[in-house]
Design a binder for this molecule. Structure first.
Ligand code: HSE
Length: 331
């Protein structure tokens, strides 16, 4: 296949935060949430220029080591060739290292943007290939599936290739997140997991994960039982004791609460607005409840505002709903 041509115009990609696992669905289930990172990418004559505003503006690399750039490069290779130069503007709102899918968001933004700036990109890299590529970069499919597809997703790998189905979460659901001030590396949290688990625990989780599909789509009244987990949360609790304590306290009050992804954010799935009020009251001192919208659209390429290229932080669509973020947890 001949190398690709690139579009002269910049593209804007919007990617949602995600909460993976949701209790029993370790590395499989994910939910897209209404906090968004926006990325504008333009193919240039030479060089690599990156502007970053918001989360990570002080700490993220502005070179080839940036996860977004590595994801763009991987996707350009899959699309048939690299552009001569790139200009990138990032508006980051998803908290980093908190279990809200910021890495997956960067990866999905990169692969989507690379495809969108490549002429005939969708013919070279279809949606299935995009999911496979994003999963290869991330290492597990749960967050990237929810980020790309939106809604509630079930992901698996088939002969090493990632696959996913999207389901419609019950419209009345109100996700409430509690975001601790301190981050936790996913790598650290994964390092706490045992190599094997008792058969009885695996069987327990299989039943609960299946129940969660019904509970999250149609029967929210089953969410408390459906979010029980024996495969990862307890093993990881020593690395996030305050979050584990909050999950325990909320669950004792019949609130379906879980650790979001690898933590340390706590996610409560309130069945409606009234339940969300209750969740906020129960959390207690030191915790700030952030109600989020469900994201139903997943990652998307948006029109650029007039004169754009430098305005990625001002989408104008009104769908962003950032939480209190770092600093809103216990002190
Ligand atoms: N399923 C993953 C984990 C999500 O719990 O390690 C974190 O990215």
């Amino acid at each position: 296949m001949a190398g690709p041509a690139f579009r002269a115009a910049a593209v804007r990609v919007r990617v949602p935060a995600t909460s993976a696992n949701l209790g029993p669905g370790f590395d499989a289930l994910g939910l897209a949430l209404g906090i968004y990172d926006d990325v504008v990418v333009r193919v240039a004559d030479s060089g690599l220029h990156i502007d970053i505003a918001g989360e990570g503006a002080e700490s993220l690399p502005r070179d080839e080591n940036h996860l977004l750039v590595r994801s763009l490069r991987t996707a350009f290779d899959a699309l048939g060739g690299q552009p001569r130069g790139l200009e990138i503007v990032c508006a980051n709102r998803i908290p980093h290292g908190r279990g809200l899918g910021s890495s997956s968001a960067a990866i999905c933004a990169g692969v989507m943007a690379a495809r969108a700036v490549t002429t005939g990109g969708e013919a070279r890299l279809d949606d299935t290939a995009l999911l496979e590529l994003a999963t290869e970069i991330e290492g597990h499919p749960d967050n990237v599936a929810a980020c790309l597809l939106g809604g509630f997703t079930l992901a698996w790998t088939d002969g090493g290739a990632a696959r996913a189905v999207r389901m419609e979460p019950a419209a009345s659901l109100v996700p409430v997140v509690f975001v601790p001030a301190k981050p936790l590396l996913t790598q650290t949290a994964r390092g706490l997991l045992p190599r094997t688990v008792p058969h009885v625990d695996a069987a327990f989780n299989a039943g609960r994960a299946a129940l969660l599909v019904e509970a999250l789509t149609r029967r929210p009244e089953l969410l408390l039982a459906a979010t029980e987990d024996r495969l990862h949360q307890e093993y990881r609790a020593p690395a996030m004791t305050e979050s584990a304590d909050l999950v325990g306290r909320l669950r004792a009050e019949a609130v379906p609460a879980v650790i979001s992804g690898a933590g340390p954010t706590v996610l409560a799935l309130a069945a409606n607005d009234g339940e969300a009020d209750k969740v906020s009251r129960l959390a207690g001192d030191g915790w700030t409840a952030n109600r989020l919208a469900l994201d139903l659209a997943g990652a998307c390429v948006l029109p650029l505002a007039t004169g754009s290229g430098s305005d990625a932080g001002h989408s104008g669509s009104g769908t962003g709903n950032a939480p209190g973020g770092a600093g809103s947890g216990p002190r």
